[in-house]
Design a protein around this ligand. Structure first.
Ligand SMILES: Cc1ncc(COP(=O)(O)O)c(C=O)c1O
Length: 394
């Protein structure tokens, strides 16, 4: 076998993408698979956004753009950030990236030195640890629990952080838990991190997908130093159903943005020109479609949570945001005996119930399963019945 770079030795392929692919393979062989593995909205990108990209193409917007993004989009992102986070923001504090994922990647590359530690609360989104490793850093994990609303507390941070710790990642609402930090919890962790001299990376890609009248509070909005050590990650992928367009952004210290631009200039050059035009239309036009989508997500969440909660051995809290539920299935695993894991259970559910679910271990949450409700109500109702019937036989 060809020996590839040793940098990759510790890197895992994305488990969520692997499950989605396995489900697609089964489907292509004619198996009727219901997938709860999606990490993306099932809605189509709204028509006016698609039209903006078509217009950009018709106008010949088919060339390289400035590395950090087209000026109008950087300006619009800065204006939007001022509006939603109530902190002044200049275009030079913004870099447009190839999806939010690449904003995170660029930040870690720009800021970490070999051996620098980054605190990642578990359960975590799958890419954080591997991106830290790729940048030569060391992910260190702090466990959060459903009982504590999956929240990293100042005490947790103090316990885990040491002299090599450089940053902490906060993701609210969260993938995979759907949990939303309260204002108090956000203030507490932000102040603690800043008092320890750490960077706060706040991944806010799900900040618009919130239910039951709850509100997202950004660490940037509550940072007593005005946010000099806060790096915001955001984008159009989830709110506007634009995952394939690959437009995200980072907001932070202009020096970090410059460093990230250097990296971007030597890697992607710039995000696709017409996709940037579409993103500009997305964030500068009223999102009239969103209330209806949010109602739909909330209804699906409620049906999924009720269905899961009714299954013996499955414990589920109602998440306030994103489109994921992370039930605790450890009682089911115990019932199955011995060393059965969440990975075994997810495999069994795919094979026996033809339902694709991502095992919690992928997110550093063994004993759990992650269900996505970014799929139709019909699929949710049918899939929950299949899961319930299969679990009842175990
Ligand atoms: C928590 C979190 N952050 C970032 C991303 C990446 O978003 P994008 O598709 O814009 O790269 C995802 C996508 O699944 C996510 O769940």
């Amino acid at each position: 076998m060809t020996k590839t770079s040793s940098r990759l030795d510790k890197i895992r392929p994305s488990v969520t993408l692997a499950v989605t692919q396995k489900a697609q393979e089964l489907r292509s062989r004619g198996v009727d698979v219901i997938s709860f593995s999606a990490g993306e909205p099932d809605f189509a990108t709204p028509g006016h956004i698609v039209e903006a990209a078509k217009t950009a193409l018709d106008k010949g917007m088919t060339r390289y753009t400035p590395v950090a993004g087209i000026p109008d989009l950087r300006q619009a992102v800065a204006a939007q950030s001022e509006e939603v986070r109530s902190v002044s923001c200049k275009p030079e504090q913004v870099i447009i990236t190839v999806g939010a994922k690449h904003a995170l990647f660029g930040f870690f590359q720009a800021v970490l030195d070999p051996g620098d530690q980054v605190v990642i609360p578990t359960p975590y989104w799958v890419s954080y640890p591997d991106q830290v490793l790729l940048a030569g850093g060391e992910p260190v994990f702090s466990r959060t629990t459903a009982k504590n609303n999956w929240t990293l507390t100042p005490q947790d941070l103090e316990k885990i952080a040491g002299p090599k710790t450089k940053a902490v990642v906060i993701n609210t609402p969260s993938n995979p838990t759907g949990a939303l930090y309260s204002r108090e919890a956000t203030e507490a962790i932000t102040e603690k991190a800043l008092s320890m001299g750490l960077w706060i990376i706040t991944d806010e890609i799900y900040r618009d997908l919130i239910y039951d009248g709850a509100r997202h509070v950004s660490p940037l909005s509550v940072a007593s130093d005005g946010g000099a050590r806060v790096f915001v990650v955001d984008g159009v992928s989830k709110t506007f159903a634009m995952t394939g367009w690959r437009i995200g952004w980072g907001i932070g210290d202009p020096d970090v943005i410059k460093a990230m631009s250097k990296i971007q200039g030597q890697s992607t050059s710039n995000p696709a020109s017409m996709a940037q035009a579409a993103a500009l239309a997305a964030i500068t036009t009223p999102a009239d479609f969103l209330p209806e989508w949010l109602r739909e997500y909330r209804d699906r969440r409620d049906v999924m949570v009720q269905g899961l909660d009714a299954m013996p051995g499955v414990e589920c809290v109602t998440p306030k945001g994103a489109f994921y539920v992370l039930p605790d299935v450890s009682a089911v695993l115990e019932r199955m005996g011995g060393d059965v894991t969440d990975v075994d259970l997810a495999t069994l559910l795919l094979e026996k119930a033809q339902v694709a679910i991502v095992p919690g271990s992928a997110f550093g949450a063994p004993g759990h399963l992650r269900f996505s409700y970014a799929t139709s109500m019909d699929a949710i109702e049918a899939g929950i019945i299949r899961v319930g019937e299969t679990l009842a036989k175990l």
